[in-house]
Design a protein around this ligand. Sequence first.
Ligand code: UT7
Length: 316
Amino acid sequence: MNAGSRIVAMGHYQPSRIVTNNDLAQVVDTNDAWIRDRVGIAERRLAVNETVADMATFAAEKALANSGLTAADIDMVAVATCTSVDRCPNVATRVASRLGIAAPAAFDLNTACSGFSYALGTADHAIRAGAARNAIVIGAEKLSDFTDWNDRSTAVLFGDGAGAAVVTGVPEGEQPGVGPVLWGSAPDKGDVLRIEGWRPYIEQEGQIVFRWATTALAPFAIETCERAGIKPSELAAFVPHQANTRIIDGIVKRLGLGPEVVVAKDLVESGNTSAASMPLALSKLIERREVPSGAPVLLFGFGGGLTYAGQVIRCP
Ligand code: UT7
């Protein structure tokens, strides 16, 4: 039995097509200043012809290469996504097939923007229980398939991409690198963020989501740190869901994080990529060597459902 798990490596993928705020202003009645002021996004990446499974595979491939493990070592593939247009087979088996992972437990999980932390928590529990040895946990989204390009209130917000983590067991006597997950939801508010019906587009009551995110979530983020036995001031980095810099700044303030704590703001260049946003942002911080190996990082996701989840991890 393992004492827990840790992330050994990350990888990410973003499409090559960059769409700036000024590009969008050619399509809908918006402008660069409004988007930067109200949301914090400067540009986003939109898929050219990549599917969710393509992007998930590319990110997982890089994470696996960075991990030193091989496909034969992996016995679980978990994909957090809310934008796969294919109902079956799921994205996880597509990824496994393309990476040559022979017979893993393979499942998709949909808790929208909090999905990566839900999937990481699930993989961690499976590894603790001895139900898996090594897992690939992926967040992958193609929100452009569900964007109404005539609706300026949502069209400026989203992007496409994927991030992946290779998670492995930590034996008894060693310190786990994935802290206890805190997860939950506010199902009574489910209707304020929707991708419903056919053909679905993203719709949201932005102000209600904004108010919930800036009032209800900070106590949960603090509790996530408590469960890991760490004070927010001891964090090396904070990687929240990348929806709005004003939401991120509000939570940072409530956590009392000082300037020495690295705060991910990848949405500036990537937009809101839902379940992909946290692994994408974390993978880039690691690639740029902005967070030292072993340092504590708070992940905290929130979004459709409404759902939330987070955990403190040790940086790979
Ligand atoms: O990832 C899932 C979780 N989702 C979130 O966390 C989203 C949370 N919500 C938000 O981030 C913000 O509510 C938004 C960024 C979505 C919107 O910002 P806001 O400050 O709440 O704007 P608003 O919807 O109250 O709109 C203010 C004004 C309106 O004009 P009037 O009625 O004051 O004349 C809108 O019509 O801004 C207008 N507006 C825009 N103007 C230029 C709305 N969208 C745009 C736009 N460009 N793209």
